[in-house]
Design a protein around this ligand. Sequence first.
Ligand SMILES: [Fe+2]
Length: 228
Amino acid sequence: MSIVDKVLGAITPPEKDEDRAEATAKARAAASQGDWLTMALDHHDHIRTSFETARAATAPADRLSAFHALATVLNGHSLAEELVLYPALAKNGEKAHAGLAYTEQTTAKMQMAELERIDPADEAWLDKLEHIRGAVLHHIFEEEGTWFLELKEKAPDQAFLTRRFAEEYERYARGAADEGASPRAEPRSFAMDAADVDDDLEEVGRNDAGPLQMGERTRDEGDLPPSA
Ligand SMILES: [Fe+2]
């Protein structure tokens, strides 16, 4: 990764730490015991902890292990959101927010796929991790501070959302646990050197990360990202 890419690729979430903590507290106050919102907030805690573990890891084996733990909770959580919560957000009058949520998570998945192909012994691995972390923390802030409160207030079928969100998360988590217990682990290989990190995907990360930081865009119903 070039110096320019490093500078352009680094995402510092635009909100302050205390703003994020306030959003989390507000969302916790709106949640009920065992509901979808409590589950989602627990996942967010787990995701934040997993990022910290990965950032602190220095040995390649520890980084790989931390990456897999992070990917499991991030993928399970985001897939359950995409299958259950974002459709409900759109159905209840928040199509622009749902569209932005899908776009942000798709970008994070593309960046995680890039990270998976970088040798964890390389400095580029930590650069990429930090890039993803900044984008995911901002996405979580949007969910906790705005989108989930809208969903909690507007969706009439809260019990349905809780049941379906739990089902979809468990489906992924159970599959990941079964896979981890299987003996078919393969030796790890990396597809690229740091210099081969896909510039196009770097571009996607930057282009999609920019609008995330402009609050007015999330309020513009006519400014939906193009549908896939
Ligand atoms: Fe989330």
